[in-house]
Design a binder for this molecule. Structure first.
Ligand SMILES: Nc1ncnc2c1ncn2[C@@H]1O[C@H](COP(=O)(O)OP(=O)(O)OP(=O)(O)O)[C@@H](O)[C@H]1O
Ligand SMILES: Cc1ncc(CO)c(N)n1
Ligand SMILES: [Mg+2]
Length: 546
């Protein structure tokens, strides 16, 4: 595995901006803007324009996407900040190590800087891999011409795998030119040691001294990171602001997936500064963010090497559930819709998980957990347990009313009533791929559910029922009217059971996909037998209709 550092990246020789006089650079960029953007901006009234916190990262690309530019983009997106990118080098890198480095020509780094800084005005610049003295100098010159509110310097020198990303030749330009401009510099133990001419750093006390010495180079704040302290110690970072020391301490998460923590920490600090935070609260939030993301994704497996990436979006761990639901909502899932009621299950002396298991074995095609009285903690626990069963069988699990519970256990979606959270708000909270169902009694409500981004509607009560008090019944005519008006698939609910399911399906109302049942399954001695019977009735109705 050879490490090489070359400058082979040759761009087609478009006129290099660095060869042009500054006024010519401005003219060129101005012309570009006129063509690409100004007309669009003019069409947007100033009062409608929203200014977005913006970080520019000047760093190297990591093909494995755990560190570098890719980590910065992910961290800024996860922290809700826009991120533009100036690439200084392209690395061939994975979870094993760095296999190759191509440094971009200074001219082309300059051209990227110019494109971004003359147009977009980022609030904060964050630097990562700056592989040559020339690139450091170009950047410093540019920051003097286009000052930003804060400069965050992550003095990247060595990757987690121990490969060199910037050699010792850049140390003097770091010390003399870049660090004096920095709001904060974030070396790890090895980088702090290199900046201090090889001073050995092993303990927390050493980190305090290092922070103080590095402060003498001129940055306003120094954060010495303790990711590489012995594995037995907490993950402690030390901040020195020229007067006081602050320790940021979290427990050390046992995981191989720490590749890119440094880049992500620095860009999260930059993101918080761009939002207007103080340095101390920016570091506090960024450190907490890294800890949560490391904890959340400590077991994910990407690559075979020892330095895996982590997941700042907290989305990947869901695959741990085994057969996670992959496809979007399938309306045929509404065929036999089992809605649990814990009071009924208690009455028959069975647990909610046994009830759900039996319903699925009997042929239920979707399950909804409905808990009107349970404590939040108990509800969450039973939701998690039921979800495990549902996932094993590929049956979606919806949560009645409680969007928070659905989010917390990563259920497949929610079912909301007319006085619960509006479906359009639930959609924003749950994202595009969760299932949302809405109870509707009228064509107007069905129309609203569709506009709100729901996936199906539940229509009823079709027959009188005692699971819902004061619930006027629609009858088969009312159900048909709503089905005719609905643009969404419909499941009929309310007093439906083995004796009348056939009459409901025989309606052949458009969009009607199945029946939802509570008492007919769960207020009975055997959930398995009742579900099987209902399944048979529904299959027979289907055959007869066809
Ligand atoms: N196992 C861990 N558990 C919790 N926090 C950690 C762990 N490892 C690193 N950190 C934290 O992550 C941040 C980055 O620290 P680290 O010293 O690893 O930087 P780095 O070596 O520059 O990172 P990298 O080179 O992997 O991008 C620090 O806040 C550190 O405390
Ligand atoms: C491109 C790049 N930048 C920074 C780091 C430090 O983790 C890395 N490994 N690769
Ligand atoms: Mg590290």
């Amino acid at each position: 595995m050879g490490f090489h550092c070359t400058r082979v990246f040759s761009t087609p020789k478009a006129p290099s901006l660095s060869l042009l006089k500054p006024d010519l650079i401005s003219t060129k960029v101005h012309q570009l803007n006129k063509v690409r953007g100004f007309e669009v901006k003019a069409a947007m009234p100033p009062e409608d324009q929203v200014r977005i916190p913006h970080v520019l990262t000047v760093a190297g690309s990591d093909s494995g996407a755990g560190a570098g530019i890719q980590a910065d983009l992910k961290a800024c997106a996860a922290r809700g900040v826009y991120c533009s990118t100036v690439i200084t080098a392209v690395t061939a890198q994975n979870t094993v190590g760095v296999q190759g480095v191509n440094v971009l020509p200074e001219d082309f780094v300059l051209e990227q800087l110019h494109s971004v800084l003359s147009d977009m005005r980022p609030d904060v610049v964050k630097t990562g891999m700056l592989p040559s003295t020339g690139i450091v100098k170009v950047l410093c010159r540019y920051l003097q011409e286009f000052p930003v509110r804060a400069l965050v310097v992550d003095p990247v020198m060595v990757s987690t795998s121990g490969d060199t990303l910037a050699g010792p030749s850049i140390l003097s330009s770091f010390r003399e030119e870049l660090l004096p401009m920095a709001e904060i510099v974030t070396p790890n133990l090895k980088e702090a040691s290199a900046l201090l001419g090889g001073m050995p750093l092993e303990s927390l006390a050493d980190m305090h001294s290092a922070a103080k010495y590095i402060h003498d180079f001129g940055p306003k704040n120094v954060l010495v990171k303790g990711g590489d302290l012995p594995a037995s110690l907490d993950a402690v970072d030390v901040l020195y602001d020229g007067e006081n020391y602050f320790e940021f301490r979290t427990s050390r998460i046992k995981t191989p997936n720490t590749h890119g923590t440094g880049c992500s920490l620095a860009s999260s600090i930059a993101a918080e500064l761009a939002k207007g935070s103080s340095v101390i609260s920016a570091v506090k939030v960024a450190k907490r963010f890294i800890e949560s993301a490391l904890g959340y994704s400590k077991n994910i497996l990407i690559g075979n090497g020892p330095h895996g990436p982590f997941d700042p979006f907290l989305k990947l761990k869901k695959y741990a559930h085994g057969s996670s639901r992959q496809s979007l909502f399938d309306p045929s899932n509404l065929f036999l819709y089992a809605v649990t009621d814990s009071r009924m299950n208690q009455k028959w002396d069975r647990s909610i998980t046994d009830a759900v298991k039996a319903a699925i074995q009997g042929g239920a095609t979707i399950v909804q957990l409905r808990e009107k009285e349970a404590d939040t903690r108990d509800f969450l626990e039973s939701a998690k347990a039921c979800l495990e069963i549902c996932r094993q069988h590929g049956v979606p699990l919806l949560i009645n009313d409680r969007v928070d519970i659905a989010l917390a256990c990563d259920a497949d979606g929610v079912h909301v009533g007319q006085s619960d959270m509006p479906a359009h708000v639930a959609r924003v909270l749950l994202g595009p791929d969760k299932i949302i169902g809405v109870s509707c009694k009228t064509p107007e409500q069905a129309q609203e559910a569709w506009v709100d981004g729901a996936d199906y509607i539940g229509c009823g009560g079709v027959y009188p029922t005692n699971t819902k008090e004061n619930n006027p019944t629609l009858g088969l005519d009312g159900l048909k009217t709503v089905c005719l008006a609905s643009k969404l698939p419909v499941v009929a609910i309310g007093g439906i059971g083995i004796s009348n399911a056939h009459s409901v399906m025989k309606l052949q109302a458009p969009n009607l996909k199945g029946v939802a049942v509570v008492s007919a399954l769960f207020d009975r001695e055997s959930v398995l037998i009742e579900t099987r019977k209902l399944h048979k009735v529904l299959v027979e109705s289907n055959t007869e209709i066809r």
